[in-house]
Write a protein that binds this ligand. Structure first.
Ligand SMILES: O=C(O)c1ccccc1NCC(=O)[C@H](O)[C@H](O)COP(=O)(O)O
Length: 403
């Protein structure tokens, strides 16, 4: 329904909406809306009783206008509104690149509030659409809390005490050259949203040592606590245990702060997920990675993400995830599909190393993705579940790959 403004607004006056209002704050005691007038958009606080009346009018009949009482908001509130608008802009940019994952919940009416059906059904509410979105929303809260505890300036000061960086890409290349098989990034993974607990007797250092003994070129260490039961403590323990393999910090990165943190904790590489990050974020984060010496493993799952990432300069490692992180469906044919034709050609021309990720269980799986063009694989479940993970690696490759 379109509305026309017929009066201007000032403090506590009755106005007619020019367009459907945009909800900025869903706080029932403090509802703030952006009202678009004929020429401009301005935030106002809505008088609650009239708000309900206006909504009923809106929902119950097709009318040319609705009425509400509004009052001007404070400078502080205006600043929050600005921040909200910038957030909305970022979401729009992400959506234009086909990114379905929203960075944080949209601002909506609280569940207990008897608001207008129309507005409720347009906003899907604060329910994430899938597990990846839920993880990202949780991460957004976690990261802002971590940043409050340790601001970036403080974190940067700790960089000089970080252990020296190891050559992640070099380790994968030399493993491929020596074995003729994809270099293995073996994942230290206790649990996952799709499979639950993978290993009850989980000793991260013991598993890491066994992987290294079994011929892994690099290790991937999950640091997410809530969904994977991983931790930065595990990363640090492994780093300080004498294990020499370069370490990938397997995280859901949404903020550059996490990249600095990973390096400070001893990581040599970090995962950047194209389904979560718009192009500009990926470019910016790759630059930060270079600055601190980390290798970025940029992960894609479909053609669109692959094309976006191939358009970004400076990418040296692309992971093709065979698992759809929104539905958990696993199909190793995905690796082959994304490496066919022009895409595969471009990857070869650019000298990018492709990592086949997820759902690899047998020598046949390894041959399949190798034939498709991968030079490295990232494997968790099939090897972490084995009593002796080193033997799990020989089983996966069909031979002993330790040198
Ligand atoms: O593994 C999951 O269930 C999962 C769910 C949501 C987001 C990410 C998820 N996994 C991350 C990975 O991609 C895998 O840990 C990694 O590729 C190893 O996969 P696998 O060998 O199948 O354990």
């Amino acid at each position: 329904m379109a509305f026309r403004a017929s009066t201007s607004s000032s403090s506590s006056t009755t106005i007619l909406f020019a367009q459907k209002p945009n909800w900025v704050s869903s706080d029932i005691h403090n509802p703030i809306i952006n009202l678009t007038f004929l020429k401009s958009t301005r935030p106002f606080r809505l008088n609650h009783s009239l708000f309900v009346r206006a909504l009923k009018m809106d929902g119950s009949a097709i009318r040319a206008s609705v009425e509400a009482k509004v009052s001007a908001i404070s400078d502080d509130e205006a600043l929050r509104v600005k921040e909200w608008e910038v957030g909305m802009f970022q979401e729009e940019v992400a959506a234009s690149q086909g990114i379905r994952i929203r960075r944080r919940p949209p601002t909506v009416q609280p569940q207990h509030y008897m608001g207008p059906l129309e507005f409720r059904s347009q906003d899907e509410g604060d329910t994430p659409r899938n597990i990846l979105e839920e993880i990202v929303w949780t991460k957004d809260i976690e990261v802002s809390q971590m940043k409050e505890r340790k601001p970036l300036v403080e974190l940067k000061n700790e960089l000089e005490k970080a252990p020296p960086v190891r050559d992640f890409v070099g380790a994968l290349k030399s493993s491929y050259e020596q074995t003729g098989l994809p270099g293995l990034i073996a994942e230290v993974k206790k649990a996952s949203p799709s499979r639950g607990i993978l290993r009850e007797d989980f000793d991260p250092v013991e598993i890491a040592k066994s992987y290294e003994k079994g011929g892994a070129a690099c290790l991937s260490v999950l640091t997410d606590e809530k969904y994977f039961q991983g931790s930065f403590e595990n990363l640090e323990l492994i780093r300080n245990s004498g294990v020499k393999c370069p370490l990938l910090c397997k995280e859901f990165v949404i903020d550059a702060w996490q990249i600095y943190n990973a390096r400070v904790k001893g990581a040599d590489g970090i995962l950047l997920i194209a389904a979560v990050l718009p192009d500009l974020d990926i470019k910016y984060m790759i630059n930060i990675c270079k600055l601190v010496g980390l290798t970025a493993l940029v992960e894609v799952h479909d053609e669109r993400e692959m094309d976006r990432v191939l358009g970004i300069d400076g990418v040296e490692l692309i992971g093709i995830n065979n698992r759809n992180l929104e539905t958990f469906e696993v199909d190793i044919g995905n690796t082959r599909n994304l490496l066919q034709g022009e895409r595969g050609e471009m990857i070869r021309q650019k000298g990018i190393i492709v990592v086949g990720e997820s759902g690899l269980f047998s020598p046949a799986d390894i041959s399949y993705v190798q034939d498709a063009g991968v030079r490295a694989v990232l494997v968790g479940e099939s090897i972490v579940k084995q009593k002796d993970p080193a033997k799990g690696i020989s089983g996966l490759f069909g031979k002993d790959i330790s040198l």
